[in-house]
Each structure stands twice: as structure tokens, then as C-alpha cells.
Design a protein around this ligand. Structure first.
Ligand code: ADP
Ligand code: ZN
Ligand code: ZN
Length: 737
């Protein structure tokens, strides 16, 4: 008689909206799969790849109705116990189906069932003979000399593609020449196998504040310790990261560095690669699937000493947990805005807790959430008060726009200052967070405006390609020649976008090259790098751009920063608008200046007496945050309460409202303790991409009480009347209203 094996069942999280893992029979033959391994199983009529979450001896489903695991794809666990615990926690905290959460943690190729093996690739590296050559002696072959110097810094070798990223590019011919001379060899290797140590370039000696920050975090290696590193742009935060990473490497530990999407430039990666004596894995959405898998595997095996990635890298497995760093922790791009709506910074802190490692959140303009955590004593704050290298802080001034003549949003006062700075060989940077030519296309005869047929929004006129475009849903068409309402040809742009300001600047400052930096001007691959390079080299004297300016770039020769419109954030219905506006302004202002060249910042506003603006300008970001946080506390808003939105949308206006009403009643019926319910109410932009959107706001001063209520409430949502007529999603810690 066959005895019941103690492990007969495995629980498998399958992709899809199921709230829990499903039970399957383990295969009769072979070892049972381990938790964290992938298996192929039947789901309905399909076969899918799922992840084993647990093994069990019994199931609530009778054995004869259990389906078998079809195939075990991994012998070893892909996702270790701590990572599984993190993912399960995230599924619970964000009330998202565990199958989707686990699925999302895997690179696409692994989701598809591909083998968890690193690809090999060809790399070029110095031969023994090449290592003997001193590049400095090759005066007659400067490009060969440059190539040897590059390879010296990359003992693991560089692929042809990586080489092409190294300016000035076009290495093909030079490469053939040095291979022929026997100085460079081509080898095949798995990314996994790349071994250090590399001769790392030493960084500057740290100043006192930096050294104190490094010591504070280093003293907590091996234990959970959240720290906030608060320091203006250029105060040397990245140097602190680099030294901490080196300290972790010296103990054989890996570091995970999370950065906002837009900040992960080749320039940043190069800085890390040239400074660290270890392979650096890079993970972001712009990579090919194969590269992503290779980076992921290099993190998991421990081959990569550092993993730099955007949001989703917070779920990458690692072999030797050491330290987690979140740079620009205030950045909104850490929150996923669709599907599984996690916040990578918050998950990073949780992960550090589970892994028992320190976590360092860095920013010049910390989020209100993190500042509140400092006040509560949960995070330790480390400050870098001065700019590294001794640059003076910029002088900031409000420029009153009332009763001023403006030319395309530029005041005479601002243009006078620009003239002065340009004459003194300074560069000028102007910030306007609106791309396109004009945010509104208007008929001067009848008042018609071009509205998006699918959103409660106006179409933006893009003069460059003669189109009008909705920035919310992407709907676009040619700019009409005649007014569709009255037939008039007097259609004109109302208001300014970056394109229009660029044109005005070219008119006013014909002797100076103007560059524009926004999503439109940088769409082509390499365009962003090219503009930045031309600004750094000084070819462009004036730079106008959107929030792209606020991230990750430093412009040392900029002496004047102009913020064209400070008023957008002051009167928004979104309670976070002021926080975002202040962060953006401070970040942009921080791009300018260096030692011996004090910068100047001019902020154009129609509300020069606005208390928050005055506090920000005269007392700085921290005082501003204190004042704004006090308002949040009085109003009972985050971070003093936790906030969850139940969002619903449909093609009709009624359905979301009906569903949310039913949802509200079902929550009220549970009589949850210390939980407030608001709404349903229309979203700030009610119609978007052809769908009406509404939301129910659930708030509580007690996170545990809120979680209890959500746990009791959410499983029944799908069965509510009207649930199938809408698309709905729960947004925990929602950032956008
Ligand atoms: P942040 O990350 O805060 O913007 P960085 O670490 O990038 O600042 O430093 C800004 C500039 O100052 C960089 O060029 C960096 O090399 C330099 N720097 C940083 N720390 C020091 C230091 N202790 N001594 C001299 N230069 C430094
Ligand atoms: Zn008209
Ligand atoms: Zn639209």
C-alpha cells in the first residue's frame, strides 16, 4: 500500500487576479519542488508558469480533484525565503493578488518559463601583453591609447555595445588594430562569471559631515537601521553612497541602489562603474529582456557587488544582503501608478527590515512621509549642510508678476538678469513644467478651444510637428486650420509651453544658443545625452526645460535659474501639490553653481505674498515642510493618517458611482473602528481616456485598524452588485488624487 507522502501538495501562485495561491499535487516522480521555484501547471484550459509558495501535506480540496504539477522548472528556489516573505507582505499590504505580485518580481523571460541561466556574451579585455603597455606611451595612436585606458578600468572586459557608449564611440577600427597587435583579446563569458576586483579609482577625501554619515550607517551593518540623508544637490550624497558601498563590499556584502527612472543615465552608471571594485548590475525598463535577466541573475548569484535599478529592482534577489540605498527618495516615480500599486521606497524600508540591513534614503527635498518618520524617531536623520567643494548656496528672489508686461511668460526683470548673466559668461536655466507650444488652442473669433474628446482636458498645441495632443491619454491629431465651430482662421495658442518659450528666447537672445529639454526633445535615443553634453561643454548658453531638469543632472556653469511659473502648485485641489511644487523648485534651483560662482534663482509669481512660498524662499525647504506638515496635521491628512483610495472607472458616469456606493455600504456594514470613509466623489479629472473615474477615500489615523478593515472588506468587493460593470482597483497610500 502506498502511504500518503507527507508532502503531497504544493501551493502555487499563478498569474492572474486570484486572491490566493492554488493547491496542486506534487509530481509522483522526482523531488517535490521547493518554495520559490517555478512550476508549470494547468489553469483552466491553459498552462501557466507559477511560483511555489509553500508545501503542505493536506488540502481542503479532495485529492482526486487536485490537478498535478506538470513540470518543475527550477531545482533551486529563485526567490529566497526573505524575498518570498517580502512579496507576500506586499501582496497583503497593497491588497493585490499574490500571483501577480510574485509574477511581477520575475524578469519576463522567467515568467515565460525560460531557463534561469545567464547568457554568454563576447567581451573585449586586455591581454597579458596589453596589460604591460602604458597607454601614455602611445602618443602616435591616441585612440588606441584611449581604448587601452578604457579597458584598464574594466578588467571584466567590455562588450562591443558597452564600448560604443564610451565617447567618442566608433571604436570598431581601433579595436581591430589593438586585437591585431595582441593587446586585446575577445572572450566569451557569462555575465555571472565576471570577477573582480577591478582597480577602482579613489574618490575625494570626505568632509566631516560626509564622514559622519558614512560612519553612522556603517555602524549599523548587519541590522535594520533606517536613515534619511538630507543634503542639497551637490552636497556629496553620492560620495557617501559610494563609500558605503565600498565598505559593504569590503565585508563581502552587496548593495541595492534604487534611483528614479529618469536619473538612471549612462553617466551615473559610468560613475559607479569607474569607482567601484566590483561588477555593477543595472536594471531598468529600457533594457532588453535578455539583459534584464542577466542583470537579475548576477544580482541573485552575488556576482554583482552593486545592483542599480529603478522601481521594480526593489524585488531583485541577492545572495549577500548588505545595504539598501534609495536616492531621490521623494520622487513620485517610485510609486507604481497602475496594477500593483506599490511604493518602492516603502517596500525598500520593509525589505531592509526583513533582511536586517540598514537602509539609506537620500534627498535634498525629503518627502513629508520621511520627515514625519524622523520626527517620530523612526528614522535617523543625517545632514549634509554644505555643498561639497565649498560652493555657496544660491541667492533666491521672488519676482512679482502683477501688472508686469510679459513676453511669452518672460518678465522684463527676468530678461534683464539673463542678459547680465550671459554677458558675464554664465549659463541660464529656465524651468517651466509644461511641454509643447501652448497648453490651449483657442479661436479668437468665437472662443472655441480644442478639447480632448476623451478627457476633461484641453489639447496641447505642438508647433514643431503641427499637431494637437492630449497629455493625459495620448490622443492626437493635426492642428485644425479653421475653427471647427465658426470656420475662422484666427486660431492661436493661449499660454506657454517650453516650445514657445524656446522660440521667444531665440528672438530675444539671438547671439546665444538655446536648448530645450523635455520629453519631446529627447524622444530619440541618445538625444538626452547629446543635449546634456552640449550644455556641459558650454555650446548652449540657455536651457529651458520641464521637470526633467530637476533630476540627476548637474550644470556647474549655470549661474542663473529662472522658475517661470511658481503658481501652479499653490492652489491645486490635490493636497500634495504644494509639496511637489516646492520639491521641484528646490531641485531645479540646486542644479546651478559651483565654487567661486554663486548662483542666483529668480521665481516668477503672481502671489509673492503667499505664506508657503515666502517660507520656502526665505527659510528654505525644511521650514516650508514644517509649515505645510502642520497644515496636514490639522486637516488630518497623510502622513498623519493613512489613506487608501478605491478607484473605479467605466465608460458611463453612473456605473463607477453605483459600485462605489455599494462598496461604501459594505464597508460601513463592517462598522470598522477609527476608519473614515469619504465619497464616492469624481476623480480630480473625472473623464480620462474616454472613461469616467470616481473614488472612495478611506482614511485612518491607525494603520493597523485600516489594514484590519481592508482585510475584512476587500475580498467581497468583486461580488458586489455592479463590480463587473467597472474597472476597479485599490490604491494603498495613493499619491495622486
Ligand atoms: P549629490 O549626490 O549630493 O548631488 P555628489 O556626491 O554628486 O553630490 O557631489 C557633487 C560634486 O562634488 C561631485 O563632483 C563630487 O565629486 C564632488 N564632491 C563630493 N564630495 C566631495 C568632497 N568631500 N571633496 C571634494 N569634492 C567632493
Ligand atoms: Zn471659432
Ligand atoms: Zn485625452
Amino acid at each position: 500500500m502506498k502511504s500518503e507522502s507527507p508532502i503531497a501538495i504544493c501551493r502555487v501562485a499563478v498569474p492572474g487576479p486570484l486572491p490566493e495561491a492554488l493547491d496542486y499535487r506534487v509530481p509522483e516522480r522526482g523531488e517535490p519542488p521547493v518554495p520559490g521555484a517555478r512550476v508549470r501547471v494547468d489553469l483552466g484550459r491553459r498552462q501557466v508558469v507559477g511560483v511555489v509558495t509553500a508545501l503542505a501535506s493536506t488540502s481542503e480540496i479532495p485529492r482526486n480533484r487536485l490537478r498535478p504539477v506538470r513540470e518543475v522548472l527550477d531545482e533551486a528556489s529563485l526567490l529566497d525565503d526573505t524575498l518570498m516573505a517580502l512579496l507576500t507582505w506586499a501582496a497583503d499590504y497593497y491588497h493585490h493578488p499574490v500571483g501577480e505580485v510574485l509574477n511581477q518580481a520575475l524578469p519576463v523571460l522567467l515568467r515565460q518559463g525560460r531557463e534561469a541561466q545567464a547568457a554568454t556574451r563576447s567581451v573585449y579585455r586586455l591581454s597579458d601583453a596589453g596589460a604591460q603597455v602604458d597607454p601614455a606611451t602611445l602618443t602616435r595612436a591616441p585612440r588606441q591609447s584611449a581604448l587601452l585606458a578604457l579597458l584598464r578600468e574594466a578588467p571584466g572586459g567590455l562588450s562591443a555595445g558597452e564600448l560604443e557608449d564610451e565617447p567618442p564611440g566608433n571604436w570598431g577600427g581601433v579595436l581591430r588594430a589593438v586585437v591585431e597587435r595582441g593587446w586585446v583579446e575577445r572572450i566569451e563569458r557569462a555575465l555571472d562569471a565576471i570577477d573582480g576586483p577591478c582597480p577602482a579609482r579613489a574618490g575625494p577625501a570626505l568632509n566631516e559631515a560626509q564622514a559622519a554619515a558614512v560612519e553612522a550607517v556603517r555602524g549599523h551593518f548587519g541590522q535594520f537601521a533606517p536613515h534619511l540623508l538630507q543634503g542639497v544637490t551637490g552636497s556629496g550624497k553620492t560620495e557617501v553612497y559610494l563609500q558605503l558601498i565600498e565598505a559593504a563590499l569590503a565585508e563581502g556584502r552587496q548593495t541595492l541602489v534604487l534611483v528614479p527612472e529618469i536619473a538612471l543615465t549612462p553617466q551615473l552608471v559610468r560613475r559607479f562603474r569607474s569607482r567601484l571594485a566590483c561588477p555593477v548590475a543595472v536594471l531598468h525598463s529600457g533594457l532588453g529582456e535578455r539583459e534584464r535577466l542577466d542583470g537579475w541573475l548576477a544580482a541573485r548569484s552575488g556576482a554583482a557587488g552593486v545592483i542599480i535599478g529603478t522601481r521594480s529592482a526593489v524585488f531583485v534577489p541577492w545572495a549577500r544582503p548588505g545595504l539598501i540605498i534609495v536616492d531621490e527618495e521623494h520622487d513620485g516615480s517610485f510609486k507604481q501608478h497602475e496594477g500593483f500599486r506599490y511604493h518602492a521606497r516603502d517596500v525598500a524600508v520593509k525589505r531592509a527590515h526583513l533582511e536586517s540591513v540598514p537602509v539609506l534614503l537620500g534627498s535634498a527635498t525629503p518627502s513629508f512621509e520621511s520627515l514625519a518618520n524622523v520626527t517620530r524617531g523612526q528614522y535617523t536623520r543625517l545632514r549634509l549642510r554644505e555643498r561639497a567643494g565649498g560652493a555657496a548656496p544660491p541667492r533666491v528672489e521672488l519676482l512679482d508678476l502683477r501688472r508686469q508686461t510679459l513676453d511669452e511668460g518672460l518678465s522684463l526683470g527676468l530678461m534683464d538678469r539673463m542678459q547680465r548673466h550671459l554677458e558675464a559668461e554664465g549659463q541660464v536655466l529656465l524651468f517651466l513644467n509644461r511641454r509643447g507650444f501652448a497648453p490651449t488652442l483657442l479661436c479668437h473669433d468665437c472662443g472655441w478651444v480644442a478639447e480632448c474628446p476623451r478627457c476633461d482636458a484641453r489639447m496641447t498645441w505642438h508647433q514643431g510637428d503641427g499637431r494637437i495632443r492630449c497629455h493625459h491619454c495620448g490622443h492626437e491629431r493635426n492642428r485644425p486650420r479653421h475653427c471647427p465651430a465658426c470656420g475662422s482662421v484666427s486660431l492661436g495658442g493661449l499660454g506657454q509651453g517650453t516650445e514657445r518659450v524656446e522660440a521667444a528666447l531665440e528672438r530675444h537672445f539671438p547671439g546665444h544658443s538655446v536648448a530645450r529639454l523635455d520629453r519631446d526633445s529627447t524622444r530619440r535615443k541618445g538625444a538626452l545625452e547629446a543635449v546634456l553634453e552640449d550644455v556641459r561643454s558650454g555650446r548652449h548658453r540657455i536651457l529651458v526645460g520641464t521637470q526633467m531638469l530637476a533630476k540627476g543632472h548637474h550644470f556647474p556653469d549655470v549661474t542663473l535659474v529662472g522658475i517661470l511659473d511658481a503658481d501652479q502648485g499653490l492652489f491645486s485641489a490635490d493636497f500634495r501639490a504644494a509639496e511637489r511644487m516646492a520639491q521641484m523648485m528646490v531641485q531645479v534651483a540646486g542644479r546651478a553653481g559651483r565654487a567661486g560662482r554663486a548662483g542666483e534663482v529668480v521665481i516668477q509669481t503672481h502671489h509673492p505674498d503667499h505664506p508657503l512660498l515666502l517660507t520656502l524662499v526665505h527659510q528654505g525647504y525644511e521650514a516650508f515642510a514644517e509649515a505645510a506638515l502642520a497644515e496636514r496635521r490639522v486637516a488630518g491628512l497623510p502622513p498623519y493618517t493613512s489613506l487608501v483610495l478605491l478607484r473605479a472607472e467605466a465608460t458611463g458616469q453612473q456605473a463607477p458611482n453605483d459600485f462605489l456606493e455599494a462598496a461604501r455600504r459594505s464597508l460601513e456594514a463592517l462598522r470598522p473602528d477609527s476608519v473614515q470613509i469619504w465619497g464616492p466623489a469624481p476623480a480630480l479629472m473625472e473623464r480620462r481616456a474616454g472613461r469616467y473615474r470616481a473614488q472612495l477615500m478611506i482614511q485612518s489615523a491607525s494603520r493597523p485598524a485600516l489594514q484590519r478593515a481592508l482585510r475584512a472588506w476587500t475580498p467581497g468587493l468583486a461580488q458586489l452588485p455592479g463590480a463587473r460593470k467597472v474597472r476597479w482597483v485599490l490604491d494603498v497610500d495613493a499619491l495622486e488624487m
